[in-house]
Design a protein around this ligand. Structure first.
Ligand SMILES: NC(=O)c1ccc[n+]([C@@H]2O[C@H](COP(=O)([O-])OP(=O)(O)OC[C@H]3O[C@@H](n4cnc5c(N)ncnc54)[C@H](O)[C@@H]3O)[C@@H](O)[C@H]2O)c1
Length: 260
């Protein structure tokens, strides 16, 4: 894989653990980091999908290993971490991208839908980063944690997503708190808040909306939805020495959505 990138932005040889790598944003990030020489532990509960992503990376000359776990299951996550450490070493870059969306107005939302979204998006991300941090701290490995938040944590984008917005608001608080807690250990913690990106999660929302993609594009000043690959540059920035003085931020990658 290419070594010709600016060294300031290099992730060459870095060991990465990424959840939600089987599809959507996580998949694009896994492929994008591997293309830049990172060794990728691609984690998802969709075992076939995560295997496909790793096969694709390896077929392009990259380095990746599939890790299968539900982010709600701490024992399964711990066993994935053990596998990753055995194969590549202790992760230096940890990206929490696994997430779900279950819609319902505040009055009608099912308790289960509230709980599932909080469990996967907030608690699942928490599980991943704290288990990884324990290994990093034990091995004195410095690095970068990146949460995938959402513009839904920063502005009221639509109705029927109270569970989702609350989970992402929790992520922003975790970002700041963990950034403080781990700063002196050389572990930076940041979050990215994307606007609407074309992934299976968004395609489903588009298919359920009478106005389709137009509904989601309307609030984006750049006038279009994001493509998953367009998140890779920000991930490379937050993963590399280019952002060595950056911790505790929520960085909107939103085509101007929150500038309105
Ligand atoms: N697509 C967007 O427009 C958008 C915008 C803002 C934020 N986000 C966030 O980005 C992240 C990725 O979203 P996406 O659009 O790529 O979704 P997606 O549904 O396309 O992909 C999510 C991936 O996470 C995996 N996953 C779900 N639950 C899991 C669990 N419990 N354990 C392990 N893996 C699990 C799925 O199998 C899938 O591979 C989510 O946190 C989402 O909230 C997405």
């Amino acid at each position: 894989m290419s070594d010709s990138f600016d060294p300031m932005f290099s992730v060459q040889g870095k060991i990465v653990l990424i959840s939600g790598a089987g599809n959507g944003l996580g998949r694009a990030i896994a492929i994008g980091l591997a293309a830049r020489g990172a060794k990728v532990g691609a984690l998802d509960f969709a075992s076939d999908q995560v295997q496909e992503v790793c096969d694709e990376i390896i077929s392009q000359g990259g380095i990746a290993t599939p890790l299968v776990a539900d982010v709600r299951d701490t024992a399964a996550l711990a066993s994935c971490l053990e596998k990753l450490i055995e194969k590549f070493g202790v992760p230096e870059i940890v990206i929490a991208a696994a997430g779900i969306n279950r819609r319902g107005t505040a009055v009608e939302m099912l308790d289960k839908d509230w709980q599932d979204v909080i469990d996967v998006n907030l608690t699942g991300s928490w599980n991943l980063v704290r288990l990884a941090a324990a290994e990093m701290i034990k091995a004195k490995v410095q690095g970068s944690m990146i949460f995938i938040s959402s513009v839904a944590s920063l502005v009221g984008i639509t109705t029927g997503i109270a569970n989702y917005s609350a989970s992402k608001g929790g992520i922003n608080s975790l970002t700041r708190t963990l950034a403080m807690e781990w700063a002196t250990l050389g572990i930076r913690v940041n979050a990215i808040a994307p606007t609407h990106f074309r992934t299976p999660m968004l395609e489903k929302a588009i298919s359920l909306n009478p106005e389709g993609a137009e509904y989601f594009t309307r609030n984006i000043p750049l006038g279009r939805l994001g493509q998953p690959e367009e998140l890779v540059g920000t991930i490379v920035y937050l993963s590399s020495a280019a952002s060595s003085m950056v911790t505790g931020i929520v960085l909107a990658v939103d085509g101007g959505h929150t500038a309105r």
